[in-house]
Design a protein around this ligand. Sequence first.
Ligand SMILES: [Ca+2]
Length: 76
Amino acid sequence: MATEQELQSLFNTLDIDFDGKVSIHELFFSPGLSAIISAETGISSPQELLAMHGDKDGSITFEELKEVVKKASNLT
Ligand SMILES: [Ca+2]
C-alpha cells in the first residue's frame, strides 16, 4: 500500500531525466524501486506494466501509474 504522496516521491526518484515519465530504462536502472512498483501495481514485469498501461513511446506517467495502483487497490 502507498499514499499518493509516497507514490509521487517514488515516481520522482525513478524519473532520472525529469521528463515526467518513467521509461523501461529508468525501471531497470533502479531494480529496488522497480520491485516496489511491481508490488504496488501487482504487475511483476516492468515490460508488461509499460506495454499494458504506458504510452506509445514505452514510458508511463504518474497519472497512469496512479490509476494502475488504484485499480490494484493499493492506493491509500
Ligand atoms: Ca524519465
